[in-house]
Write a protein that binds this ligand. Sequence first.
Ligand code: PAF
Length: 280
Amino acid sequence: MLVCKTRLALGSILSKFYSADQSIGFVPTMGALHEGHLSLVERAKHESDVVVCSIFVNPTQFNDPKDLEKYPRPIEHDIELLERANCDVLFLPEVEEIYRGDDKWAIDLDGLDKFLEGEIRPGHYQGVTQVVKILFDIVVPTKAFFGQKDYQQLLVISKMVSKLGLNVKLEMCPTVREKDGLAMSSRNIRLSELERKNALALYRALQLAQSEFSTKSIQQITADATHYLEISPGIDLEYFQICDGLTLEPIRSNRGSKLVALVAARLGHTRLIDNVILKS
Ligand code: PAF
């Protein structure tokens, strides 16, 4: 795997692929890689001539400086995992390589960035879209691969792509789970043994919603899952919501074409999110 830290170095590696009109698969990450990220690399390998992964802990998407500081950065281990996954190129820029002083960014995301995650983490999706746009400009990917776990993130990026008319195809890949169902996340390593055990309630609440979907009303399912989470030990619930899968607007009936249940909670100092598609 080639590792490069600058736009220039990456450009010279990729130039032969651009000129041969070969497809570039891109997996943007913030590192602390796990099986979920590797599944994106694997999918990208199947669908592209060359795969670029980036590791960049993007400061503009953190609204809590402590969260940014605490974000895990096990770079040697990440490189090992990417080597084993046969990733072709790793782009590993410093902050100054991405942000060069001309960093004003504000994009109208039609409100998609204002609720759920966007409400709890104001400005987060402006930061995400800002860095993803810069990374897309640098890598010029044919396809970019994102995990379903960050469902709202993919919708927001997709909105940006369509608003700016970017020529990249976005692929959503299924959430990878631990054997007991916990969605893989870079934040899981921060959980204590007890928090790790308690965290299972998130997926169980989503499974409850799935099991009730064909027999109960959306209000009843939401009430049952919320109650389950509220009585689960160690869970500080932020939201459980069933939403339209395209607009993320909360829904009242199960008549929409795509429906998704999303949950976010704090376990001690760690914030986790998860979701399942109830109807696709
Ligand atoms: O999902 C992530 O890891 C990040 O939000 C992303 C897309 C790499 C942008 O920093």
